[in-house]
Ligand binder design. Structure first.
Ligand code: PRP
Ligand code: MN
Ligand code: MG
Length: 179
């Protein structure tokens, strides 16, 4: 992996600590509420698995798969639903779990889409936020780390579907995507 990693941006230890804090906060905020945690595949897979184990209240989980990035490093802005929720969400409190908020286009679409189905509330928890790249004004309700505008991989994040399994968040070497 040293061949593709420029440097580690967020270590496994930093992630572990932050996920614990987020889980505690969510457990407090949603106490006595019917919470459905919705992971956005594929990027959120790793964070979702860690986060739900840090939540101390009863929850249900579901997944959606949407795609806007294709093979490249840029967002096209065109959101497609590849896999929808299994059940209706009317009057339920929804927490969307994402790996990263970049342009915000994916989230903007998802929040509107889930609200239109009659959810009681729709909030967002992301492990990474890259606010300098926003094309639409969306802000996560829970955020792990605010990061600079660099192409990052690992902890679920891919480049051309690779490197999702790297356990930390790392900056991809320029030569990997410029060659
Ligand atoms: C990535 C990432 C977010 C979204 C963020 O997903 O996981 O879902 O892009 O970008 P945005 O804020 O510019 O919309 P991607 O579409 O690459 O699919 P993946 O999760 O399967 O990698
Ligand atoms: Mn994604
Ligand atoms: Mg991707």
């Amino acid at each position: 992996m040293d061949k593709v990693i420029d440097r580690v941006l967020v270590s496994e230890e930093e992630i572990r600590t932050k996920v614990r804090e987020l889980g505690e906060q969510i457990s407090t905020d949603y106490q006595d509420k019917d919470l459905l945690v919705v992971g956005i595949l594929k990027g959120a897979l790793v964070f979702m698995a860690d986060l739900i184990r840090a939540i101390r209240i009863p929850i249900e989980i579901d997944f959606m798969a949407v795609s806007s990035y294709g093979q490249g490093t840029r967002s096209s802005g065109a959101v497609r639903i590849l896999k929808d929720l299994d059940r209706a969400i009317e009057n339920r409190h929804i927490l969307i779990v994402e790996d990263i908020v970049d342009t915000g286009l994916t989230l903007n679409y998802l929040v509107d889409n889930l609200k239109s189905r009659g959810a009681a509330s729709v909030k967002v928890c992301t492990i990474l936020d890259k606010p300098s790249r926003r094309k639409t004004p969306v802000a996560p309700d829970y955020n792990g780390f605010t990061i600079p505008d660099e192409f990052v991989i690992g902890y679920g994040l891919d480049y051309a579907e690779q490197y999702r399994h790297i356990p930390c968040v790392a900056v991809l070497k320029r030569e990997v995507y410029e060659k």
